[in-house]
Design a protein around this ligand. Structure first.
Ligand SMILES: O=C([O-])CC(=O)C(=O)O
Ligand SMILES: [Mg+2]
Length: 234
C-alpha cells in the first residue's frame, strides 16, 4: 500500500442522499446492496444510538502513530466520514476528544477506526460518534508517514475515497460511490415492503403464512407431533 501521499480530491454525493442512507441504516443498505459491503463486526460504536452516513475520507496509518489523522483533517468537508486503517493490526488509542474537536470544526460526521479510541466519555458528551476496534488509553506518536485518500482495507472491507459509509448500532457498511443512488432507491423500496409486512405481523399473522412457507417445510419433511413418543428413536 502506498505511503507518503495525500490525494486532495475525492468523489462525493449529495447531502440528501447521505441523509437518506443514514435513515435507511446499515442492515437495510447491506441487504439492498445484495448483502455486500459490511465491515467486520468487531468494529463497535463507542456509544449507542448514533447513526451517520457520508463520503469517506480515507487514512492509511502506521500502527501506534496518529500523525495522518492530523493531516487528514485538512482534507475533510462537512458531512464527510473519516475512515482509518492501519498497515498492520493495532489497538492503540489513536483518537480522542482533541482530534474530534478539530474534526467537528470542519463538520465531519464521525470516525471509523480499525484501531483504538480514547476519551470516550468526552466524545459521547460532545456527540462525536466513533466506531472502533478497541477502547484503549495507550497514546501514539507522530513519527511515520501513512497516506490520506488512497484505497484502504478497513475491518476487512475495501474503501475508496468518496465511497458512502453508513454506520449505526448494527455496525458499518460501505457503498461504492457509483452505487449510492441505486442503494438508496433499492433500500427505500425494501423499507416500503417491510412496512407492509410489519403491519401484518403486528396484527398477528404468521410469517409461515405471509411468506407461504408451509408447502416448502412440508416438502422438506417437517412433521408436527403431540409428543416425542410418536417419533422413531432413529
Ligand atoms: O492526542 C492524541 O494523540 C489523541 C487524543 O487523545 C486526542 O485527540 O484527544
Ligand atoms: Mg485526548
Amino acid at each position: 500500500m502506498t505511503t507518503g501521499i495525500v490525494v486532495t480530491r475525492k468523489p462525493s454525493f449529495s447531502k440528501d442522499l447521505a441523509e437518506r442512507l443514514a435513515g435507511l441504516g446499515v442492515a437495510t443498505v447491506h441487504e439492498a446492496m445484495g448483502r455486500s459491503g459490511l465491515m467486520r463486526p468487531y468494529l463497535r460504536p463507542i456509544y449507542a444510538g448514533a447513526r451517520i452516513a457520508g463520503p469517506a475520507v480515507t487514512i492509511l496509518a502506521q500502527p501506534g502513530d496518529n500523525w495522518m489523522l492530523h493531516v487528514a483533517v485538512e482534507q475533510c468537508s462537512p458531512g464527510d466520514v473519516v475512515v482509518l486503517a492501519c498497515t498492520t493490526e493495532n489497538n492503540d488509542g489513536m483518537f480522542g476528544d482533541l482530534l474530534a474537536t478539530s474534526m467537528k470544526a470542519r463538520g465531519v460526521a464521525g470516525l471509523i477506526i480499525d484501531a483504538g479510541c480514547r476519551d470516550t466519555d468526552t466524545l459521547q458528551g460532545m456527540g462525536f460518534p466513533v466506531w472502533s476496534k478497541a477502547i484503549h488509553a495507550r497514546g501514539t506518536v507522530k513519527a511515520t508517514l501513512g497516506s490520506v485518500n488512497v484505497p484502504i482495507i478497513c475491518a476487512g472491507t475495501l474503501v475508496h475515497p468518496g465511497d458512502a459509509i453508513v454506520a449505526d448500532d448494527d455496525g458499518v457498511v460501505v457503498v461504492p460511490n457509483r452505487a449510492v443512488e441505486r442503494a438508496v432507491s433499492l433500500g427505500e423500496e425494501r423499507v416500503r415492503l417491510e412496512e407492509a409486512k410489519r403491519a401484518r405481523l403486528a396484527a398477528g399473522e404468521l410469517g409461515l403464512d405471509i411468506y407461504n412457507m408451509r408447502p416448502k417445510l412440508e416438502a422438506m419433511g417437517l412433521r408436527y407431533v403431540e409428543s416425542l413418543d410418536e417419533v422413531d428413536p432413529a
